[in-house]
Each structure stands twice: as structure tokens, then as C-alpha cells.
Design a protein. Structure first.
Length: 211
């Protein structure tokens, strides 16, 4: 009797633990030598990578912890110059931004030159503005997480997300929906008047159901 070989896929690396441990080591190096620019840059790199791979906060305590990491990253980035930051996360070489009305390599370089290539990026407001104009996928994911945390804090304290507050403050007549999930894992949307609508997941065209 011939036995069939079975091959199991190797376990997926625990990236969040890898990145946070690497950050801890760099942070210790930085504590022992505050002027070590290489340790500072590595700390930023690993903490951004960590925040980009962890799941959304499940509760308020986790949200606070993630916010502490966000503020730590922003503080460290502010100490760097754009020239130093570019060695951590190079600007993505995408072009044609003017034609398609989107940010590209040239747009980012123009903003950097306006600020000063070797001038420290500055306080949190300056860091946020700098990162918004920076074309790099890791930076973009970090900014998405940053805004998601701000919006979640707004929901906890006011019951409304930042987008909902913006729509309300601007007096825009736009419907607002919140997505929920029942005990069976089915998703549904609820509008501002309490009406619910099921979320129907459309199969891709290349998938055909068999009857």
C-alpha cells in the first residue's frame, strides 16, 4: 500500500511580535544613546510596520495603547529631516500625478523642498501634514490607521465618527450607515433612522453557482 505524502504549509510568521520586539530593542539603544540617528530611524520603521499589521482595537484600552504608539511615532518622526525620513520609507516613484490629479513622486518632492530637505519636520501638526503629502504605501497605511484611531476616539466620546461630525457640521444631506454583525456572522447596515439593510456579498463574475 502506497502512502500519499502530505505537505503542510509552514506557520505564518508572527509579524506583530517580530516588529514590536525589534522596536523594543531599538528603543533601548536609543535610550542609552539619544543621539543615535540610526536607532531612531530603525525605531520609527519597526513601530510603523507594527501598527500597519496589527488588527483594529477591540476595546477602549487597546485603542488607547495604539494611540500611544501613534503619538510616539509622530514625535520621533518630527525629530528627523525629510532627507532622513526618505532613507526609511523611500518616496514611491509613481509619476503622471498632474495628469490624473493625484499625488505622485514630484508632488512629494515639491512639498519637501518647500519645507526644507534638511530641516527637522517639526511638531505633530507638521508631521501630519508632511505624511499626508508623502507617497509611500507604508506611510499611507499608517495614516489610515491614524485617522481610524482618531475617528474611533470620537465615537467613544461623542457617539459620532469624525466623518459623521463633518457631515453634520457642514449641513450636508447625506445618509449615514453603520455596519453591524449578528451572532451568525451576517453583516447588515443601519441608517440614522434605525432602518436595517442586509449586506449582500456579490460573487465575482468568474464564479458560477451550481444548482
Amino acid at each position: 500500500m502506497r502512502l500519499l505524502e502530505t505537505h503542510q504549509n509552514p506557520p505564518k510568521p508572527d509579524y506583530d511580535r517580530i516588529y514590536i520586539n525589534a522596536f523594543a530593542r531599538c528603543a533601548l539603544e536609543l535610550e542609552n544613546n539619544p543621539d543615535d540617528r540610526d536607532s531612531l530611524k530603525r525605531s520609527i520603521y519597526y513601530l510603523v510596520k507594527y501598527l500597519n499589521c496589527i488588527p483594529k482595537a477591540a476595546n477602549y484600552n487597546e485603542l488607547q495603547s495604539q494611540n500611544v504608539f501613534i503619538q510616539t511615532v509622530n514625535y520621533m518622526i518630527g525629530k528627523l529631516s525629510p532627507a532622513e525620513f526618505m532613507t526609511i520609507f523611500p518616496i514611491t516613484k509613481t509619476y503622471g500625478g498632474e495628469r490624473y490629479e493625484m499625488k505622485d513622486y514630484f508632488y512629494t518632492m515639491e512639498k519637501i523642498k518647500e519645507h526644507g530637505l534638511n530641516k527637522p519636520i517639526g511638531d505633530e501638526e507638521a508631521v501630519t501634514s508632511f505624511l499626508w503629502d508623502y507617497v509611500n504605501i507604508e506611510v499611507r497605511l499608517f495614516m489610515v490607521r491614524y485617522m481610524e484611531i482618531i475617528s474611533r476616539f470620537s465615537e467613544f466620546h461623542t457617539g459620532k465618527s469624525t466623518l459623521e461630525r463633518f457631515i453634520e457640521n457642514e449641513g450636508l444631506d447625506l445618509p449615514i450607515y453603520r455596519q453591524y454583525e449578528d451572532e451568525n456572522g451576517n453583516s447588515y447596515l443601519v441608517d440614522g433612522n434605525g432602518r436595517s439593510v442586509p449586506v449582500v456579498k456579490k460573487f465575482p463574475d468568474y464564479i458560477k453557482l451550481l444548482h
